[in-house]
Design a binder for this molecule. Sequence first.
Ligand code: HMG
Ligand code: MG
Length: 302
Amino acid sequence: MTMQVRIFEVGPRDGLQNEPRHLSVDTRLALIGKLAATGLRHIEGGAFVSPRWVPQMADSEALFQRLPEDDGVNYSALVPNGQGLDAALRAGCREVAVFAAASEAFSRNNINCSIDESFERFTPVLQAAKAAGVRVRGYVSCVLGCPFSGAVAPDAVAAVARRLHALGCYEISLGDTIGAGRPDETARLIEHCARELPVEALAGHFHDTWGMAIANVHAALSQGVRTFDSSVAGLGGCPYSPGASGNVATEDVLYLLHGMGFETGVDLDAVARVGTWISAELGIANRSRAGRALAARSAEHR
Ligand code: HMG
Ligand code: MG
């Protein structure tokens, strides 16, 4: 039996949306091309959100227009509303993602509406996407805590996840936006969500603020989750989640998974080289532990 795990690379979106240095469309396209060359088959390339809210994601339309069409990579983008979907369709996107929250306060801060209002917006988005033959992924934020209102009950997360799935999202990515969850809480959360929808339809999206992200990946893996969002060089963060840091690093996830015998189709050394490059482009230290270890090893052998 092969053991396969899908890696959903979110570096070009989550990874860049909170960086003080804003990258040009050319550099973002170079990043996406380098990531695709490592074997990654799911890459979130940008977000069709208000450039006033997230200037780092401006010009996603121009970016998506220039992505290759038939290279076997699933390029996805965030859309918060009908305006975002229209832009995504114009740019030729084949997959989009709507993003909800399990906490009212975060929903208000991130997309300026309540959870119920967000579903009123998503309903026509899902209908129009379906009519256009575009797949829709769904995110739930704040699954292990909210930066504004604190603890979030697993049942509240499961309810939002179920609603997104019922609306037609093919997969629900559970986001520990603030990166504060611990593995026992993650396992309990997955258990609750798997009562409401198939575990195959769940993905883990862990931020690493408190150093628990890779442990949370392991906990979700133990509960049967087989899709993980991660970000090259551990980039990431949400501008509307104060104090939150990067996503679990793709390099670290690959190191864990390959060591456990899982197949991903992704070349760890190649991702590590992209991590070194993009960290230099952004003028920041590489946040991937595995990436730094590999870079040190190749410097020794030089
Ligand atoms: P709003 O101000 O309530 O929107 O923002 P509005 O409908 O009243 O429109 C106001 C202005 O925004 C208008 O422009 C619209 O045209 C424009 P104006 O006439 O003032 O010049 N506008 C748009 N422009 C471009 N694209 C659009 C769009 N929609 C309206 N789609 C809105 C509501 C949702 C737009 C805003 O709150 C927004 O853009 N929020 C996005 C926030 C965001 O991107 N957060 C980060 C991503 S989520 C995340 O990181 C979590 C995740 O990683 C999982 C996890 O970690 O938990 C996914
Ligand atoms: Mg995120």
